[in-house]
Write a protein that binds this ligand. Sequence first.
Ligand SMILES: [Zn+2]
Length: 194
Amino acid sequence: MTGIYDWNPMPHKVDVKCPCCVSKAAFEFAEVVRISKKEDVPFFQASEQFEYRRFQDSCGHFWHGALYFAGLHGSPSRALLSLPEGYSPTNWQHSKYLYRSHGTDLGAVSCPRCGKRSKHQLRWPADAYYSITYKGDELWAFNRESAIELIDYIGGNSRNVSKYRWSNFLLHIPSIFKSHKARAEVTKRLGRLL
Ligand SMILES: [Zn+2]
């Protein structure tokens, strides 16, 4: 098993290795909103709070998108005070899971340790902070909370995921990590990252 688990949705925020100092940093996906009227494009192109991009849908049609990086500028409802008519700051408010369907893994990284704060193209799971390799396979978790549940789940005897908050994620853990042989090693190494 390599690469991304067989599961597409990601939380909006994940813990990553800081690109500068490799300690734990926060990554937050950028939120994209479609610019519906062409005359609004110059506003988003000129704005320092947005990044303008042209996207292409699966049919080959181009559309205009306004990306907002909450990881750099803060909550959209506090930061976006003036927008063209028809837009609301909540348009850029994120939901719990992000379906990575608009072809970008762009977001912002911020590191409490070295102060690094910048736009960042996520490489997942290579960037995952809570990540270990066991017998050549990579096991990762999205963030501290899911890592704690992962350790509890792997270390326990029950394979029932229903009591966990991250049950959907745990359901997709490859069986090699759940084997009796792997348990002690895997939980110990993940535990060191907490
Ligand atoms: Zn750092």
